[in-house]
Design a protein around this ligand. Structure first.
Ligand SMILES: NC(=O)c1ccc[n+]([C@@H]2O[C@H](COP(=O)([O-])OP(=O)(O)OC[C@H]3O[C@@H](n4cnc5c(N)ncnc54)[C@H](O)[C@@H]3O)[C@@H](O)[C@H]2O)c1
Length: 248
């Protein structure tokens, strides 16, 4: 479970829900180690095994080492969640090389590294495998000042769908979830969410009338990771309170 340490993060919601359903969990993040260790402790209190692994998902060697370490500590991988992500708000004419490389490196290369290493570990085993990627409503809905972020998320759709085709014969499903708006760390810098008025305006765009709780993403991942999701692969599951259908 990558990008999972932060207290208000989607990753944390996914970890909590998977652990409550009986999963042992490896929690990855590039920072926030204290929060990640606290989350691991919370999972252990549920009677599950948990470990925190610091690694940068954009570093392929670090990801490979992480997968090896996780299997040594927790046993064979059953579910891989690629969730780590970063955002930046810049008009296309202002996008810097560093920003472009960072977004693509974490959101797209990083997700590829995690999914590839996870798939390599799961292929050839008797047990069913599950890969769930956190993409975004950006897959279906463009937002100004987010051209690179949107491109990385749309790229994940292509990756997930192709992996779903290739890995089906190995009993591995590959799907992605599409959060709309979750009040996590990533959105603290959003230019349209800085004042109460801006928050109210954003809420008018969401038919559900509220942002999502990270655990609502977790429940969607539980569905895709469970036997209920046996026949679901290559799918995009929006969990957005109607954000996309409300706009179009
Ligand atoms: N919050 C939303 O409204 C929203 C909407 C759609 C999609 N998403 C996606 O959900 C995912 C989780 O984001 P979030 O909203 O919980 O924000 P968040 O910032 O709380 O979580 C992202 C996590 O990824 C970690 N991370 C960043 N770079 C990393 C790296 N190189 N290696 C490992 N971990 C790294 C961060 O430390 C952080 O813990 C992201 O992929 C994001 O794009 C979020």
């Amino acid at each position: 479970m990558t990008g999972a340490a932060r207290e208000r993060g989607i990753g944390r919601g996914i970890v909590e829900c998977l652990a409550e359903e009986g999963c042992d969990v490896a929690i990855n993040d590039v920072g926030a180690e204290e929060e990640g260790q606290a989350l691991a402790e919370q999972v252990r209190a549920l009677g599950r095994t948990a470990t925190f692994v610091a690694a940068d998902v954009s570093d392929r060697a670090a990801v490979d080492a992480m997968i090896t370490q996780v299997e040594e500590e927790l046993g064979p991988l059953d579910v891989v969640c690629s969730n780590a992500g970063v955002a930046a708000w810049q008009n296309v004419v202002d996008v810097t090389d560093d920003s472009f490389d960072h977004l693509v490196g974490v959101n797209l290369t990083g997700a590829f590294n995690v999914c590839q290493a996870g798939a390599r570990a799961m292929v050839g085993r008797e047990r069913p495998g599950r890969i769930v990627v956190t993409s975004s409503v950006h897959v279906q809905m463009p937002f100004p000042a987010m051209s690179v972020y949107g491109a990385t998320k749309a790229g994940l759709k292509g990756m997930v769908e192709t992996m779903a085709i290739e890995l089906a014969e190995h009993g591995i499903t590959v799907n992605h979830i599409g959060p709309g708006w979750v009040r996590s760390f990533i959105n603290d810098a959003s230019p349209s969410l800085q004042t109460e008025e801006e928050v109210r305006t954003t809420l008018t765009l969401i038919p559900a009338g509220r942002p999502a709780d990270p655990r609502e993403m977790g429940r969607a991942v539980v569905y895709l990771a469970s036997s209920d999701g046996d026949y679901v692969t290559g799918e995009f599951l929006r969990v957005d309170g109607g954000f996309v259908v409300g706009k179009y």
